[in-house]
Design a protein around this ligand. Structure first.
Ligand code: ATR
Length: 278
C-alpha cells in the first residue's frame, strides 16, 4: 500500500483527500490511498518524523503545522527553506524532504485562468502579511515581479515579511495609504481571510488601481468574494482562489506517484460540489 496523508488540526475541512483520491482513481494508481490525519499541535513534530514508520510515503501539511513540519525535518527544498514552512513531505533516497508548493499553486492558477498573465508586467500589491502572503510574495519575486507592495493592518508584520524573505524590491504600506500602493499596480491579491463566507469583506477602494490590473483572492468560499465582485464590476480581470488549492497539490502527487496530474474542470466541479457550491 502506498499511503499518503494530510496532517492538520482540525482536518475535517481539508479537501486534499478529495483532490488526491480523485487523481488516484483517474490514473488508476494501484494500491494507493490518501487519508486525513488529525494531529494535535503537541504531537505534530513526532508524527511527522515517524511518517515512514507509520507506513506513509509522503504527506501534506496544513494549518497549524507548516512551521512545525519545517523544524521537524532536516532536508528541505529551496522554497521551504526560504519560507520556513512546509506543505508537502516527500520520501527521497536520503530520507524525508519538506517542500513548499503554495507559491507554485498561486502562480499556476493565474497562468491557468488569466491567459497571457505574467508577473513581470508590473508591481504586485498584497493585502496581508501572514503565511499565505509569504508564499505568494516569494513566488511572485521568483516569477519576475518588478516590485512587491505589502499592505497590512500591522506594519511590523509587513516589515518582518520583507526582511525575513529578503525581498529585493518591496515596500510596506499602512492601510490608510492603500491608494498609493494601488497606483500603477498590475496585480492585486487578497491574502487575508477577509471576505470568507461573505463576512467582513475587504473594503479597499479600488479607484486608484489601473483597469489593466488583475485581481485575485486566496479566499474561495464564496468563489466570488466581495473584493472580486467589486473588481469585476469596475472592469478588472479577476481570478478566484480555488485553483491555488488545486494546483498546489500537483507537485506532491507527481513526487509520490510518478504521474503529473491535471487540474481539470471536472476536478474543480467535484471540489465545488463538495463545498456545497455550484
Ligand atoms: P495565513 O497564514 O493563512 O496567511 P495569518 O498568518 O493569520 O494567516 O495572517 C492573516 C493576515 O490577515 C494578516 O496579515 C492579518 O493582519 P495582521 O497582520 O494585522 O493581523 C490579516 N487580517 C486578518 N483579519 C483582518 C482584519 N479584520 N482586518 C485586516 N487584516 C486582517
Amino acid at each position: 500500500m502506498r499511503k499518503v496523508c494530510v496532517i492538520g488540526w482540525p482536518i475535517a475541512h481539508s479537501r486534499s483527500p478529495l483532490i488526491h483520491n480523485h487523481w488516484i482513481a483517474e490514473h488508476k494508481i494501484p494500491d494507493a490511498r490518501y487519508e486525513p490525519m488529525a494531529v494535535k499541535p503537541e504531537d505534530a513534530a513526532a508524527t511527522i518524523r515517524d511518517l515512514p514508520k507509520l507506513g506513509f510515503i509522503g504527506a501534506n501539511v496544513t494549518v497549524p503545522h507548516k512551521e512545525t513540519a519545517f523544524a521537524a525535518l532536516d532536508r528541505h527544498d529551496a522554497m521551504a527553506r526560504r519560507l520556513k514552512a512546509v506543505n508537502t513531505i516527500v520520501t527521497t533516497a536520503k530520507g524525508l524532504e519538506g517542500r513548499n508548493t503554495d507559491g507554485y499553486g498561486f502562480i499556476a492558477n493565474l497562468k491557468d485562468r488569466a491567459a497571457g498573465w505574467s508577473a513581470s508586467r508590473g508591481p504586485a500589491v498584497l493585502l496581508g502579511a501572514g503565511g499565505a502572503a509569504r508564499a505568494i510574495a516569494a513566488a511572485l519575486e521568483d516569477e519576475g515581479a518588478p516590485e512587491i507592495r505589502i499592505v497590512n493592518r500591522t506594519a511590523a508584520r509587513a516589515e518582518a515579511l520583507i526582511r525575513d524573505l529578503g525581498l529585493k524590491a518591496a515596500r510596506m504600506f499602512v492601510e490608510t495609504d492603500a491608494a498609493s500602493a494601488l497606483d500603477g499596480a498590475a496585480l492585486l491579491v487578497n491574502t487575508t481571510t477577509l471576505g470568507m463566507k461573505g463576512e467582513n469583506d475587504v473594503d479597499l477602494n479600488l479607484a486608484a488601481l489601473p483597469k489593466s490590473a488583475l485581481v485575485t483572492d486566496i479566499v474561495y468560499t464564496p468563489l466570488e468574494t466581495g473584493l472580486l465582485r467589486r473588481a469585476r464590476e469596475a472592469g478588472h480581470r479577476t481570478v478566484d482562489g480555488l485553483g491555488m488549492l488545486l494546483h498546489q497539490a500537483v507537485p506532491g502527487f507527481e513526487a509520490w506517484f510518478g504521474v503529473r496530474p491535471e487540474v481539470t474542470e471536472k476536478l474543480r466541479k467535484l471540489v465545488l460540489a463538495d463545498l456545497g457550491m455550484k
